[in-house]
Write a protein that binds this ligand. Structure first.
Ligand SMILES: Nc1nc2c(ncn2[C@@H]2O[C@H](COP(=O)(O)OP(=O)(O)O)[C@@H](O)[C@H]2O)c(=O)[nH]1
Ligand SMILES: [Mg+2]
Length: 483
């Protein structure tokens, strides 16, 4: 990828709409647009274009133009009217470096929103010297030109993908700096620790311990707490951004599909009284108070020799393992408290439930044959009683699912919602914990320094102060073209 090229791409989707936008960025942007754009003043555009201005005019097919001017003297009667070479009437916005998104000279062409027109204009710009932008290349350039840090560039991608209030709030917050101040203060702490330690190493020949161990332990403990907070915020941050994945599990016929449908008030997944009908998993998202909940209806769990059903059961476990919350349904017309207990034990054996919320849902309460003792026992297991068929108890269930997720928190608290940041923070936390352990055990300070340096590197990776080409390629290639 040559970053000195002038790049072009459609900034709006390939659909018929009122308007579309094409963006072109790079040192030759104005010269290239000048080849195909004639402002109403009919002057050469490159001579008049100023940054921060909009220009109305026509995009013309330059090739035809060239032929026309050659043939001009012959006054060819067949010469088409100038109108015939016009691809579209457009508005061109000019941004001069560094006052643009990318930090380079940039032009944006607002054209009539036909995919055909869009393609034609891009083709003209390509033949005038631009190159088609790679995925995320505009954002990459913005990052490389210091217009935003890496986590802000990622926030642009999140912002475009946000489809509800909480994911939008989180992306917006990250774009506006987010936990940059937290990262800065962490970095400062690490720098302080590192400089204390450097001092000690320099003078170690004299066998003196310069660093007050208590101060060091204090600093490391505080840093560890900060990092732990950020790492733990990911569970919520990720839910706000991507929705809370909720797997609906239980034996066949316990009413999983009926429950999902009742919640969705939709008839998407197959409800049937023949056991094992839902052989695959089905996912549907609903929005409750600004938080997306992604319900995954599973095939149901039981012993089976049937190959297709076995595959369905395997997928059920996959869905459970990936979920953040698991609703485990029992059928209260046949299961009692003991059976519920037995089934949950079975589930815990075969599925990984660490860090997951497990909610026992006692279904079919309309035809339940539970005794009072059963009921009490189930209540002690924090069960929720519902009738999927009658839509009873669903509100309480939804409340329980969203209990840890308060949309109000998004604007007032700091959340980590990006998995790359989460990984980096977790690594920094591990290094800090190791440094603290070494300090407490009174071992040599060179070892601590090493941990602190790599913790600092991990923090630097988040904002992009420390980065490799691989990391950048990886991040920006997940963007779409034109971003
Ligand atoms: N009476 C009653 N029947 C239910 C309830 N929930 C589900 N059923 C019935 O139980 C059967 C199995 O339901 P289904 O949702 O397909 O179960 P799944 O195999 O767990 O997905 C169907 O005949 C449903 O109508 C309920 O709350 N009350
Ligand atoms: Mg089903």
């Amino acid at each position: 990828m040559n970053l000195r090229d002038t790049i072009v791409a459609a900034a709006t989707g390939n659909i018929t709409s009122a308007l579309g936008i094409i963006r072109m960025s790079g040192a030759d942007a104005v010269d290239i647009i000048s080849e195909v754009f004639i402002p109403v003043s009919e002057k050469k555009f490159a001579d008049v274009a100023k940054g921060g201005r909009l220009y109305y005019g026509r995009i013309v097919n330059a090739d035809i133009n060239a032929v026309k001017s050659k043939d001009n003297k012959s006054q060819d009667v067949n010469n088409a009217k100038s109108n015939d070479h016009t691809v579209d009437e457009v508005v061109v916005s000019v941004f001069k470096a560094p006052h643009s998104f990318t930090g380079e000279d940039t032009v944006e062409i607002s054209h009539h929103g036909s995919p055909y027109i869009q393609q034609e204009i891009i083709k003209l710009l390509l033949s005038a010297g631009a190159r088609l932008a790679d995925k995320g290349e505009f954002s990459l350039r913005a990052f490389l030109n210091g217009k935003m840090n890496l986590s802000q560039a990622e926030a642009v991608a999140d912002l475009i993908q946000s489809d509800n209030k909480s994911s939008h709030d989180i992306a917006m917050d990250q774009l506006r700096g987010g936990y940059n101040s937290e990262l800065k203060s962490l970095r400062q702490r690490f720098l302080k620790i590192a400089s204390l330690l450097e001092l000690e190493i320099d003078f170690s020949a004299e066998q003196e311990v310069f660093v007050d161990r208590d101060e060091l332990v204090n600093l490391l403990t505080q840093t560890k707490e900060k990092l732990t907070y950020l790492v733990n915020s990911f569970r919520q941050g990720n839910a706000f951004k991507n929705g809370i994945p909720v797997a609906i599990a239980g034996k066949p016929n316990s009413g999983k599909s009926t429950l999902m449908n009742a919640i969705l008030k939709d008839e998407r997944s197959i409800v049937s009284s023949v056991e094992g009908t839902t052989r695959d998993t089905i996912e549907e998202t609903i929005n409750v108070n600004g938080v997306n909940i992604r319900f995954i209806d599973t095939a149901g769990i039981r012993e089976s020799d049937n190959e297709i059903e076995k595959e369905g059961i395997k997928r059920s476990y996959d869905a459970i393992n990936k979920a953040q919350t698991v609703l485990y349904l029992i059928d209260s017309s046949v299961d009692d408290a003991e059976s519920a207990d037995y089934q949950l034990k079975f589930l815990k054996q075969d599925a990984d439930l660490t860090d997951k919320k497990l909610i026992l849902v006692v279904n079919k309460s309309d035809i339940s044959c539970l005794t009072r003792q059963d009921r009490e026992k189930l209540q002690q297991m924090d069960a929720v009683f519902v009738s999927a068929k009658k839509s009873d108890g669903l509100e309480e269930l939804l409340k329980l699912i969203t209990a840890d997720f308060n949309v109000q928190d998004v604007s007032s608290k700091v959340f980590v919602s990006n998995i790359r940041h989460y990984d980096a923070l977790k690594n920094a936390l591990d290094e800090t914990s190791a440094a603290l352990d070494i300090t407490l055990s009174g071992l040599s300070s060179d070892l601590i320094s090493e941990n602190i340096r790599s913790a600092m590197d991990f923090i630097g990776q988040i904002t992009g102060e420390i980065t490799t080409e691989d990391v950048l390629t990886n991040i920006f290639s997940s963007f779409c073209i034109g971003k």
